[in-house]
Design a protein around this ligand. Structure first.
Ligand code: WTA
Length: 648
């Protein structure tokens, strides 16, 4: 197998390991022997109104039903705020570095309580009730965290939408989720580029029209920029919210009642919202962040993920706050206004744990060691990554140059659907192998199967599946349980299929080999190629198109689109026009790296597009195009080569 570097756990003598290797082993064995007993024990990590006595109920078979801690009741905002008020009410809970306004803000647990209660009262005043959906589309500002927790306090289901989605993308999600209220910003800055949040939201609400149930829009003023406000619908966030009472009695939720839903991409066109249940999710957030990040009071964890992704939910908000630490957010970029900006922020805020995406590590690496070495970085004790594969080279650079070989690097593998870390090391306890996300956490029964779904033993390579439910597992796809069953449970009956491929080595370490479906990962953002194809397919000027992912040195992967235009239409649509269309229909993050107009696409005799070939050609892989005998027309290959390589 791979030529592996192994860094023994003893290389971090100063790292406060939370257990011994023997205790970790005993924990795994207990979880295997008595899963319910194990998870009920872990459930004590969070505050319950009434403690559960039931572990898992349900099954991965047929109609798939998943339930955890069914008789427990709780409120997630109490787990994250109220339970800390007595012991550490004056400790900073949230640091917000608002780059755009050159302002830093620190909220203690008491401050957070006050702000969350005011907003919970304000939302209630606007008619938001338990079970209603509230869309949150905000940059990384403290109001984003406050908004999520205020929804949780009311029992409303938050739906955080990415600011990079186009108005069309937002409209589709507002309608699908049935949101009744929206919390957004007037605008934001990404580096020196303005991002018009309110304008996109207005446009989205116009597109959604009568199909949207949104009656109120709260607008956080993140800059002096004035935006049009619709009387009776739009409210200035602080002018409105700050008048409300500073106390709000949290709504008691049954464990299985939903806490939030979050849109993600899959291999079919329509974006889907996965639904997470309050009790299981909170236990999972506290457990995973407690085990891998060992995040505790006194730690400042900076997870650079956008709050609109699952990492932004679990590693920015719910995990760190449930464990009583300090979480930091920032709208900064690693290289703006100057390279090394993130290192300045680490020193200034005494960040103890940095958690980012491999794409950011690669971007920092490209700036060179000298930029890093200008900073002390001596507050750091742990470094982490998630979201996409990290090469051993980038891992070692992060470890040696940023972490000065003092800080363990935790490469954690997880998904929107898993809610938190599934594969990841216990730092200071397990040896690290750069490029491997280590092993499943205790209680996770990870398996590798062959293409027929047969479980492989020992060292193996195949489809990455999970054989037993875990508390943080998504319960369903909003409004489409059949799609949930089909997407995750059809590949291997009785197993949850992650969509990823992986190898397991002789030591039981897992190495992710990438997605096995048509999902690509651009700078840590998941995008279904079918999403792009469906969106473009609606434009009558385009006969057909195929979207594929190719490797990219910084973003990990990039999107390439091949399109056939209608011959008769004097369309005026060119490559740049198609690029603009993707940005308009999906969002800026999906902007293609390249677009090729072609007279035809490679197909099998039954008419299926051969994406494998397109990927190879688009990657400039000149040597090995593989077996072409299945193509209905082989003359297409030189034409495609000419089109793509002629331009390279
Ligand atoms: C990929 C992000 C390799 C994987 C937390 C997964 C990874 C998808 C890793 C989920 C990792 C995540 N190594 N690949 N450490 N972590 N992935 O839902 O393909 O945005 O299925 O959740 O990202 O992306 P999502």
């Amino acid at each position: 197998m791979t030529d592996q570097t192994v860094i023994p756990a003893r290389n971090y003598p100063h790292y406060p390991a939370i257990m011994t290797p023997e205790q970790l082993q005993a924990m795994r064995e207990y979880a295997r022997r008595d899963p319910d007993g194990f998870w009920l024990q872990q459930a004590a990590r969070i505050h319950w109104c009434s403690r559960p006595s039931i572990g898992f109920s349900g099954s991965f078979e047929k109609d798939v039903s998943i339930s955890w801690f069914a008789d427990g009741t709780l409120n997630a905002s109490v787990c994250c705020i109220d339970r800390h008020l007595t012991d550490r009410g004056d400790q900073v809970a949230l640091i917000s570095q608002r780059e755009a306004q050159g302002r830093s803000e620190s909220l203690t647990y008491k401050d957070l309580h006050e702000r969350v209660c005011r907003l919970a009262n304000a939302l209630t005043h606007l008619g938001v009730e338990k079970g209603h959906r509230v869309a949150i589309c905000l940059p990384m500002v403290s109001e984003a965290v406050v908004s999520m927790l205020a929804c949780a306090r009311i029992g409303a289901v938050h739906v955080v939408l990415f600011g990079g989605f186009s108005a069309e993308g937002i409209a589709e999600r507002l309608v699908d989720s049935g949101a009744v209220a929206v919390i957004t910003a007037n605008m934001a800055w990404r580096g020196n580029k303005p991002v018009p949040y309110k304008q996109s939201m207005d446009e989205a609400l116009r597109i959604a029209g009568g199909n949207s149930g949104v009656h109120s829009v709260l607008v956080v003023r993140t800059s002096e920029e004035a935006v049009p406000m619709l009387p009776g619908r739009d409210y200035d966030f602080h002018d409105f919210v700050d008048n409300f009472e500073v106390d709000f009695v949290p709504v008691v939720m049954r464990a299985e009642e939903p806490l939030f839903m979050l849109y993600t991409s899959g291999s079919t066109g329509k974006p889907k919202a996965v639904v997470h249940a309050t009790g299981g999710y909170m236990v999972w957030a506290a457990y995973t962040m407690g085990m891998v990040y060992t995040h505790q009071p006194g730690d400042v964890l900076w997870c650079t993920a956008d709050v609109a992704w699952i990492t932004g939910h679990t590693s920015v908000v719910y995990g760190p706050l449930a464990n009583g630490g300090t979480t930091m957010i920032s709208d900064s970029l690693p290289t703006y206004p100057q390279p090394g900006r993130w290192f300045e922020l680490i020193d200034a805020n005494k960040v103890t744990m940095l958690f980012t995406a491999p794409t950011a590590v690669r971007a920092m690496m490209a700036e060179g060691d000298a930029v890093v070495n200008r900073h002390k970085l001596d507050s750091l004790r742990l470094l982490g990554v998630a979201g996409e594969p990290i090469s051993p080279d980038a891992w070692l650079w992060y470890h040696d140059v940023v972490g000065k070989k003092r800080c363990p690097v935790v490469d954690t593998w997880w998904q929107t659907e898993t809610a938190g870390i599934v594969l990841g090391p216990i730092p200071g306890v397990q040896s690290l192998k750069p490029g491997s996300a280590t092993m499943p956490l205790p209680g996770v029964e990870m398996v590798i199967t062959d293409p027929q779904g047969k479980v492989e033993q020992g060292a193996a390579e195949g489809a990455l599946c999970i054989a037993r439910s875990w508390p943080g597992q998504a319960r369903t796809i909003w409004g489409d349980h059949a799609r949930f069953c089909q997407t995750y449970f059809a590949m291997a009956p009785g197993l949850y299929f992650t969509g990823d491929g992986a190898k397991r080595d002789e030591d039981g370490y897992y190495w992710i080999t990438g997605r096995m479906d048509d999902v690509i990962n651009i700078a840590g953002h998941r995008l279904g190629t079918a999403e792009v194809e469906d969106a473009l397919g609606e434009d009558h000027r385009i006969v057909e198109c195929a979207a594929v992912g190719v490797d990219h040195p910084v973003k990990g992967q990039a999107l390439v689109v091949f399109a056939i235009l209608r011959k008769d239409a004097a369309t005026g649509l060119d490559e740049a026009g198609i690029s603009r269309l993707v940005v308009k229909l999906i969002g800026r993050y999906a902007a293609p790296e390249a677009v090729y107009l072609v007279p035809d696409l490679p197909r099998t005799r039954s008419g299926k597009i051969v994406r494998r070939l397109l990927r190879k050609i688009a990657s400039g892989d000149t040597n090995e195009l593989g077996d072409l005998s299945a193509l209905s027309d082989q003359s297409i290959v030189p034409m495609l080569r000419e089109r793509v390589w002629g331009q390279m």
